[in-house]
Design a protein. Structure first.
Length: 179
């Protein structure tokens, strides 16, 4: 090793990782939003899924944010960055794909969608939007329910029942039109 000496810092002694985690999160988020190679990929199980590179960003951001804790993450990342992305995306015309692409927004939802409470909010939003595509909504909710690891609340079961009824009505009306 010769005369090479390393300088130990306070962070090294405390066992903290070197560098600034906040800067790493910010640069990772910026790279993620600017990465034009991110896309949806057709998947036999999920229909469409995020490409592996997108998942790498999600896992990296999740791990980096875990180092600073939930309170810090919600204050500095979710409120300041992720909600801005979602708000901007919701306000842009569907023909526009700038400044945030759909694949990036889908990844943001995956980042936010880990807590059970957020999942339930998405379920209720899906129920509210179901009349626009009841079959897709029903398929999504039934799949979620089947794979849920927690007890599904009665309100979710009622949502699924209502959408199922709506699908049945739509099919009946369509078959009458064909006659």
């Amino acid at each position: 090793m010769g005369n090479y000496r390393t300088k130990l810092t306070r962070a090294d002694i405390k066992g903290e990782p070197p560098g600034n985690i906040h800067n790493a999160i910010t640069s990772t988020l910026k790279s993620f939003l600017e990465d034009s190679s991110l896309r949806f990929v057709k998947n036999s199980w999920y229909g469409y899924d995020l490409c592996p590179a997108t998942w790498n960003y999600i896992f990296s951001l999740d791990l980096l944010c875990a180092q600073l804790g939930w309170t810090w993450t919600i204050t500095n990342i979710i409120w300041k960055d992720l909600w801005l992305i979602l708000n901007t995306w919701l306000r842009q015309a569907r023909t526009e794909q700038t400044p945030f692409r759909d694949v990036c927004v889908a990844a943001v939802f995956r980042l936010l969608g880990m807590p059970w409470e957020v999942q339930l909010s998405v379920i209720y939003a899906t129920h509210d939007l179901a009349p626009s595509n009841p079959e897709a909504a029903l398929k999504t909710l039934e799949s979620w329910r089947k794979n849920s690891t927690q007890r599904v609340p009665p309100a979710v079961i009622k949502c699924i029942t209502q959408i199922s009824f709506l699908c049945h009505q739509t099919k009946s009306q369509n078959s009458k039109k064909l006659l």
